[in-house]
Design a protein around this ligand. Sequence first.
Ligand SMILES: [Zn+2]
Length: 418
Amino acid sequence: MVVGVKTVVQVKLRPDAGQACALEATLRTVNEAACWVSAVAFERRVFREYALRRHAYGELKARGLGSQAAQHVIKKTCHAYATLRANIKAGNLGRPGSKRRVKAESRPVRFRPDAAQPFDDRCLSWQLDTSTVSIWTTAGRLRGIPFACSPDALKTLTRYRQGESDLLHRDGAWYLYATCDVPEAAQYEPSGFLGVDLGIVNIATTSDGAIMAGRKLNRYRRRQRDLRRKLQARHTASARRLLAKRCRKEARFARDVNHYIAKKIVTEAERTSRGIALEDLGGIRERVRLRKPQRVTLSSWAFAQLGSFIGYKALRAGVPVVYVDPAWTSRTCADCGHAGRRNRVSQALFTCRNCGVVAHADRNASRNIAARGKVAWDAGRESRAPATARHGQRLDAAASITASDALAASSVLQDRVS
Ligand SMILES: [Zn+2]
């Protein structure tokens, strides 16, 4: 069995004015239909796709939806209820009886007029040689809509696109999120390990001495935070909209940075036939919790995202990854092995109280991580991501395929694929 890594490739559509109108009308129509199906599901307490089809399919066809579109609308509605159930179960809406939860449970799920809509191969076809798509709309089939994406993304689309794509309208632009099933490469036997220390001041430091500084990202975040404060103080609907837009923009920016860093690290390990050693994600979160003043600078999701990007890019390239115990990596001397609290003089500086070596703190830590990676590998541990991290990544990828709201999809957007 070939195991694949689910990846979402984003392309930007460039419809002309007439085509954009048709796309907009289509999203509006299918989402109105989805709201109607949702009400039926809620009233009759029928949330399974097959059962719901009996109640809704005929009416949807009568409303002028094609059979594919009708089925997708029903499926999308079922997924939305499944997501709601999962959120309630995970406690994301508070305890039983809380205001948010009661509100969510007491009425049908609603869809925004521009909520994302899935299209399968019968409703959407790709002409990759001319970078155009042809797509079903309520105004008939539109042919030859140009799309734009990076050369890497185009390569991935050509080789691995499979199944459904989501049509999305976000901040005035049109996108397709295409699902790609990229096979894992065969893993090689590593000759040594590249240790990677993830941090806040320096986003990533490798045991080779490469330092990816977070100055630019942190400066950007501070500026965004100041802007956010001003907007929050206004309490108007337009300020709220702007705020949401800014949040998305910031997340996109951080994601791009993470993609760039992850790609660099994986490429370097592959080039030198080494494996990658990372600290266990749980440990990273632990550390974020400890450094209180900096917690606002970088939220833990960005850490987890970088870890998961490195993980899946490595998987795809056949680069072995091991996750090591993070305890004392920053307070142990990589040269003599002496461990002591006083070894770490400051955020940036490491001075060994035993052998006197002076080193860049993150670099010293990354060398310890590399050494632990080798020990773990030699001890015969499988080079697999911790079950939770990997499971989480796949869940995200799977969720994005059926994402009924843009937010869920954009958090797992992986457009710059290598
Ligand atoms: Zn030492």
